[in-house]
Design a protein around this ligand. Structure first.
Ligand SMILES: [Zn+2]
Ligand SMILES: [Zn+2]
Length: 190
């Protein structure tokens, strides 16, 4: 009995591939992104299109899936908090093992209890979603930036310094004022 839903867009049918080691099949398809694909600050918007370009390869232990997923990412800049969105290609690589079976061909280990084990084929099906989730989260930046040299926000008033790079405040702290005077004097000497 398969526990995977073959109608799920991220459940792949490997039947056509065959079990002969070395058999290979290339597939390209698009799905709508599932919910909660990403992290708090940056994620793939639900229902946005994900374009897969995959290669399924029959190996002695199971089916090796390699390829890419082209995703749209949306979030906010970690410095200036402006919304940002971009497309990125996520590398995928996962070996889906044939489940171990006993002498009668009954599945003895579905692998579902152990997090460290390789994902298992479920009959002819494999579920790409956990692989996609792990790969997307790994590919997302910890501190997303709207541009590599984003100037961030003014720590005094929160103004976006990208909009006004000359932005500054009159210095009120007397120590800084003294420094500012020195700076003015030295520039007058030039
Ligand atoms: Zn920014
Ligand atoms: Zn300011």
């Amino acid at each position: 009995m398969s526990t995977l839903d073959p109608r799920s867009p991220l459940v792949l049918d490997t039947r056509e591939l065959g079990r002969r080691a070395g058999a290979m099949k290339k597939i390209q398809f698009s799905v709508e992104a599932p919910a909660d694909l990403g992290v708090a600050m940056i994620a793939v918007p639900p229902q946005s299109e994900i374009d897969f370009d995959l290669r399924l390869e029959s190996v002695s232990d199971g089916v090796l899936v390699t390829g890419t997923a082209l995703v749209t990412v949306a979030g906010e800049c970690s410095r200036c908090l402006e919304p940002l969105t971009y497309d990125t290609e996520v590398d995928l690589q996962e070996l889906f093992e044939h489940p171990e079976t006993d002498a009668r061909g009954r599945v003895t280990d579905t692998g579902s209890d152990d997090e460290d084990e390789l994902p298992k084929l479920d009959g002819d099906y494999l579920d790409l979603e956990p692989t996609l989730r792990d790969s997307v989260v790994l590919a997302l930046p910890l501190k997303p930036l709207c541009q590599p040299d984003c100037l961030g926000l003014c720590i005094e008033c929160g103004a976006n310094l990208n909009d006004e790079p000359e932005h500054q405040h009159d210095v009120v702290d007397p120590r800084w004022a003294a420094l500012a005077e020195l700076a003015t004097e030295s520039s007058e000497d030039d």
